[in-house]
Design a protein around this ligand. Sequence first.
Ligand SMILES: NC(=O)c1ccc[n+]([C@@H]2O[C@H](COP(=O)([O-])OP(=O)(O)OC[C@H]3O[C@@H](n4cnc5c(N)ncnc54)[C@H](O)[C@@H]3O)[C@@H](O)[C@H]2O)c1
Length: 384
Amino acid sequence: MSAATVNIAIIGAGLMGREIAAAIQRWPALIDHPVRPRLTAVCDINPAALAWFDEIDTVTTKVTDYHELLADPTIDVVYVAVRHDLHERIYIDVIEAGKSLLAEKPFGIDQSAAQAILAAVEANPQSFVRCSSEMPFFPGAQMAINYVRSGALGTIVEARNSFLHASDVDVTKPIGWKRQNKFCGEAGVLNDLGLHTWHVPLRLSWAPDIVYGVLQNIVTQRPDQDGALVDCDTWDNAVLHSWATHDGVRFPLTTETKRIDPGQKNTWVFEAFGLDGGVRFSTKNPKAVEIFAVTDVPGAGREQVWQHIDSGSQSVWPTVTGPNFEFGFSDSILQMWAAFLAERAGQLGDRFGCVTPQEAAATHGIFRAGIESNDTGTATAPLR
Ligand SMILES: NC(=O)c1ccc[n+]([C@@H]2O[C@H](COP(=O)([O-])OP(=O)(O)OC[C@H]3O[C@@H](n4cnc5c(N)ncnc54)[C@H](O)[C@@H]3O)[C@@H](O)[C@H]2O)c1
């Protein structure tokens, strides 16, 4: 198959800009992908951040004003990884320039920003837009999603999706933009980690009709760059208990997003239990998928039985990696991009895809309900 070349530009050459640039360099690992991306351009307001991209031969354009990239007719797709307060302006500019966009979460700093971006998406159908969420591309997560879809759980009793960090346990860690509402957004940790915990539930059509929020601001001050203590006003941890519906039956669905969960380090967990079976996957043990069923056990009769599967390396798009080998975070980024560019080319088929603009915007309605619920102590319906 001859793959169509797509030129990519990155806006924001920080943590995620580099992660994505590195993932694209591993593209030949994908088998028979319909698209061949070339990273040709990068923009950052900080010229020093651009130097890292000297390592990548295909990058021929390095600029400090992103409008130059949007005016470049050779660029097809833009990945934007900047502070949340900058999402709305830059995403809308990318979309209105007719470029395709892989946006970073949380897809705007709040619900109003997300709705404005969504309106731009709907007004500019030539721009293909999706939002970043890579953890469901772990093969174990895919196995768990497919297990739920198979109907093996029967009537669902409960489900949970969590994203757990201990990144902020150290109270001397400097404040940074992610810990200030004016840059990160009023939803705090929900803006940072929440979309990662709603991609799968929303894809399984588990949009909640009511939300109970339990939010914590544990560390209220942190040192700034000069060591002076300043207010740290973002929510550190947020647990959203909600009611969702599967096959006409309501069940409790919980999402957890925590920056202060001692003992965790980028742990993404999905589990769902029903009357007939259950499934559990955690990136803490990234090969293992546990499934549960009530079965006949010789000599013991009907028993509740847990089984453990090693999920191997293969995710949504096949790779040259041996199927028994291990999978990691950077593989999940590659798979997310494989899904994004295949869907843009109309060739994703029934494979699992990236977060849609509608799903991303819906998460802000859920976060808003969680915050209101926490403030008022009452259950709150998400605004749609
Ligand atoms: N998907 C994930 O797993 C994941 C992980 C971390 C962060 N993120 C998201 O990625 C985004 C960026 O986070 P990060 O950790 O990479 O941030 P970062 O602070 O490491 O990098 C942001 C970069 O943007 C640059 N920048 C600021 N204003 C700019 C502008 N107007 N034009 C061009 N560049 C500009 C900064 O100089 C900086 O280099 C956020 O939305 C964040 O929530 C996603």
